[in-house]
Unconditional design. Structure first.
Lengths: 284, 275
């Protein structure tokens, strides 16, 4: 009986201590489960903290990759790149390269070219993703020459859109600032109308025309002060209009390029940059 | 005998599980009290994740929501107060989470949503004894919606909120009528600016309008019709319009200033319950 009581007591204490270790919310095993839950719920910052904490203890590439992936999801590309670049395990190489390629494409970075070596991407699926990302980058530079290159690598419904983007990047709509200034010098407001600012163009034409008319009127009626006043105003408005037309053309070009890049970004974001979903999921 | 030991083992495990979560929840609360809101959310979420029986679901969600609220993440706070409401175990917890949702929505200036939520609570027979609390928060809702007069009426229905009523009345008195300021400036340029206390701007406005009005009238009297039209439309009308715009702008600015000062005063000095 005594023996049994002692045995029960030992069992109880063992069970408690075993449980304490197992059930502690802060064991690395539980932290992993919790980090995966946070990642799934898009709480990437907390997930990154959990992975980073565990990695500091375990020095494990899986944890480091997952932490990098969290920062990638938060669009903190510098931190993500730093973590992904320090991975030594070969099994992460392909995914890491693809993520870095995507980051470079998203940031329109020149690092993209240095990552674009097919030998990094040996498996067919990864190779296909690499090719796509590489083509998307070439479209951004407007350097795709044949439609076939796009057709071979993308679905039919995406081909025409991508081809259009390629054409737009290769031959962007531009207005010449010099031509706009010259037009406005010849006919006040014409340069603004050339750059699509119709309201400004008509206003410039009317205001400059009005001051010019008042100048001429006052010349005929022999009012020298008013002639100088309205003449100066006409010259001032016209000079402003010529300069404004020059700037307007330059703004048109910048805005156009900006809109095109935004449209391209939106289009790629909607399709997740044609990168398979599993590449952006944490390793178990 | 083996069954007996297995039973003992499971019982011990089960008894140990609760303190572990409870201790961790207390730790999360401690972090919240230390104003470490980010960490408080992390630890409360950890408890929520491992709490398979959902026994602490209300507490964890409530704590997460409060931490988000303190961290000024009001949308997240609203989501977690709603989760707390879903996990409420009794009428008191339900009401507590509802009121917290209302307070967050007041801060988010979701005026209509707050009114709808209060309407629902007022029509709920379970909370018929809490109507003064609902009126109180409705008052705050009007206050945040810049409707000080309505807020004052609601606070005036209860003696304990007389201080708020007086403050609302004071703010209302400080307010300028935008349409009156504009109307004054229509009749006499610059008068609207004088009304709002912007004397320098008022004098300037009056001066410009008198000058260009005089030049325009003089041009018409001298039968220089075109000059009169040009000066009248390009200069006089422009200054007259500017005068109207200024009167409206100054009145609105003064009103915003009065509201902001009152809200800041409430935030720093009011001792009663605040959103």
């Amino acid at each position: 009986m005594k023996r049994t009581a002692v045995f029960v007591a030992i069992m109880l204490s063992m069970a408690s201590s075993l449980f304490c270790q197992e059930a502690s919310l802060l064991t690395n095993q539980n932290r992993k489960l919790f980090a995966a839950y946070l990642f799934e719920n898009r709480d990437y910052l907390r997930a990154a903290e959990e992975y980073t904490f565990m990695n500091a203890q375990e020095q494990n590439d899986t944890l480091l990759y997952n932490a990098g992936l969290c920062y990638f999801k938060m669009a903190e590309f510098e931190k993500a790149n730093a973590m992904l670049s320090s991975l030594s395990n070969q099994k992460f190489q392909e995914r890491t390269r693809l993520l870095q390629l995507k980051i470079a494409l998203m940031q329109k970075s020149s690092a993209l070219d240095s990552l674009s070596h097919p030998e990094f991407y040996p498996t067919p699926e990864i190779n296909q993703t690499y090719k796509r990302l590489s083509i998307l980058n070439q479209i951004l530079n407007g350097t795709i020459e044949s439609r076939a290159t796009i057709e071979q690598n993308f679905n039919r419904e995406d081909v025409s859109s991508l081809q259009n983007f390629n054409n737009s990047f290769a031959h962007p709509k531009k207005k010449s600032p010099a031509a706009a200034a010259l037009l406005s010098a010849l006919i006040p407001g014409a340069g603004k109308i050339y750059t699509g600012n119709y309201g400004d163009g008509v206003t410039a034409f009317l205001v400059t025309g009005l001051f010019a008319y008042l100048t001429v009127e006052n010349v005929y009626h022999g009012h020298p002060f008013r002639t100088w006043l309205f003449g100066s105003l006409a010259a001032f408005f016209n000079a402003g209009n010529i300069y404004g037309s020059f700037i307007s053309a330059r703004n048109y070009n910048v805005e156009n390029a900006h809109h095109l890049e935004n449209d391209y970004d939106t289009y790629l974001n909607e399709r997740d940059y044609f990168v398979p979903k599993e590449i952006e999921e944490p390793f178990k | 005998m083996r069954r007996f030991f297995t039973f003992i083992f499971l019982l011990t495990s089960l008894l140990s599980a609760q303190p572990e979560l409870k201790t961790h929840l207390a730790y999360a609360s401690l972090l919240y009290n230390q104003e470490k809101y980010f960490d408080a959310v992390t630890e409360a979420k950890r408890v929520e994740f491992f709490d398979s029986t959902k026994q602490f679901a209300f507490e964890t969600n409530f704590l997460i929501a409060q931490s988000y609220k303190r961290g000024n993440k009001l949308s997240d706070a609203a989501v977690y107060f709603t989760k707390a409401e879903i996990n409420a175990r009794n009428q008191q917890e339900f009401l507590q989470s509802k009121i917290e949702q209302i307070k967050v929505n007041i801060l988010r200036r979701a005026f209509t949503q707050v009114n709808n939520q209060l309407d629902k609570l007022e029509s709920d027979s379970r909370f018929s004894g809490d109507s003064s609390a609902f009126k109180y928060w409705r008052g705050w809702n009007y206050l945040f919606n810049d409707e000080w007069e309505k807020a004052s009426e609601l606070f005036g229905e209860n003696d304990s909120t007389a201080q708020l009523k007086i403050l609302c009345e004071q703010v209302q008195k400080k307010k300028y009528s935008v349409s009156f300021a504009k109307g004054l400036s229509v009749v006499l340029p610059g008068a609207g600016q004088f009304y709002t206390g912007n004397y320098f701007s008022g004098i300037l406005s009056l001066g410009w309008n008198v000058l260009w009005g005089y030049v325009t009238v003089k041009a018409f009297n001298a039968e220089r019709t075109f000059d009169g039209m040009a000066i009248g439309s390009l200069l006089w009308l422009r200054f007259y319009n500017g005068n109207l715009t200024n009167a409206e702008k100054f009145a609105k600015e003064r009103n915003e200033q009065a509201s902001d000062e009152a809200l800041q005063f409430l935030q720093k000095n009011y001792q009663g319950p605040k959103p």
